[in-house]
Ligand binder design. Structure first.
Ligand SMILES: N[C@@H](CCC(=O)N[C@@H](CS)C(=O)NCC(=O)O)C(=O)O
Length: 333
């Protein structure tokens, strides 16, 4: 029976990327179960498939493995020939240390730069995020110098450590993060990896498929931070409608708006966003959520409150409405 790997949408799910890459590297046949937060029975299916209520989850017959590092260890044991850990004991210890550090750390980088494969463009980094980016460069430099001879990956050939850092690699690309030259070369090698490239391509296909089922707001100009490929899922249940008039040349607004969209995307229960703003500074943003709780939780996010505290710097006026989505229709050519 082939493995079954339960994951979320590839464009956004950093945790899904890691075991997916490793499964591809083993060459083992596997069936992918893709869950979308916009599916009506999403919570129920997730609860049935995952003891922790999170993805990824690997099912091997009756054996169920959740947590990405545990899945990686399981695959390394099942497929010794794939050499998912380095052979030498010192390299293996180092690989385990940096993999665990990644699994438990680099939190600010993960928070400020959520994975979004379709995104391109820099943002203003918080000091703590900058430190995480520097730590990434340092890890790559040390690991490549000590163990990297023999190939372009951290330990020469592809290992679990590369899979663990793969989502950081995508963030370096998406947010054009300032990394060292050695780290840049590593990021490029990872992006060119055949399995990684397949993940990017499949993510793009999934996004395009979503776009085909949705209705899209149009306007003279896309608001800052909103990726035009982020579309509104057909089964959204709650909408937050925000219309606003900007003050002339609001200082820092573009970064703040960009940040809000990234934060929203990282929230459980976020389904999509559509936004447009005219040259006169009047704009409408509609975000879609799976519950009122999700909207309330987003309101409580600290960074959100920080932007609200600056609202007089950005807005001459705004109105915000929370509405239930009763029906959705879509059209696309
Ligand atoms: N430590 C876990 C983290 C898994 C995780 O946070 N997964 C996210 C998706 S990328 C999730 O399932 N979130 C669902 C939720 O929080 O409702 C691992 O290594 O697998």
């Amino acid at each position: 029976m082939p493995f079954e790997l339960t994951i979320f949408e590839k464009n956004y799910s950093s945790w899904s990327l890691r075991p997916w890459l490793l499964l591809v590297k083993t060459g083992a046949p596997f069936r992918e179960v893709l869950l979308r937060p916009s599916d009506p029975d999403f919570r129920q299916v997730l609860a049935e498939r995952s003891p922790s209520g999170k993805v990824p989850v690997l099912a091997d017959g009756t054996v169920l493995v959740w947590e990405s590092l545990a899945i990686a260890e399981y695959l390394a044991e099942r497929y010794p020939a794939a050499k998912l850990w380095p052979d030498a004991a010192d390299a293996r210890a180092h690989a385990r240390a940096i993999s665990a550090e990644m699994h438990a750390g680099l939190a600010e980088l993960r928070r400020q730069c959520p994975m979004n494969l379709a995104r391109r463009g820099p943002i203003a980094l918080d000091p703590a995020t900058r430190r995480d980016v520097e730590r990434f460069s340092a890890i790559v430099a040390e690991t490549r110098a000590r163990f990297g001879a023999g190939g372009p990956y951290l330990f020469g050939s592809f290992t679990i450590a590369d899979a663990m850092f793969a989502p950081v690699v995508t963030r370096v690309i998406s947010y054009e993060l300032p990394v060292s030259e050695v780290a840049k070369a590593y990021v490029q090698a990872m992006r060119e990896d055949a399995a990684m490239d397949r993940f990017y391509r499949e993510a793009a296909v999934e996004l395009a498929g979503q776009a085909a089922q949705v209705s899209t707001a149009t306007g003279p100009e896309t608001a800052p931070g909103v990726d035009p490929r982020d579309q509104v899922p057909a089964r959204a249940r709650w909408a937050v409608i925000f219309h606003s008039q900007l003050v002339p040349s609001p200082d820092g607004y573009v970064d703040a708006a960009d940040r809000m969209v990234e934060l929203a995307r990282a929230q459980p229960g976020f389904l999509g966003i559509a936004s447009a703003r005219g040259a006169d500074g009047f704009g409408v943003t509609v975000s879609y959520w799976d519950s009122l709780d999700a909207i309330a939780a987003f309101r409580r996010v600290e960074a959100h409150a920080a932007v609200q505290a600056r609202r007089a710097d950005f807005y001459a006026s705004y109105e915000l409405h929370v509405a239930r989505v009763e029906r959705t229709r879509s059209f696309s050519t």
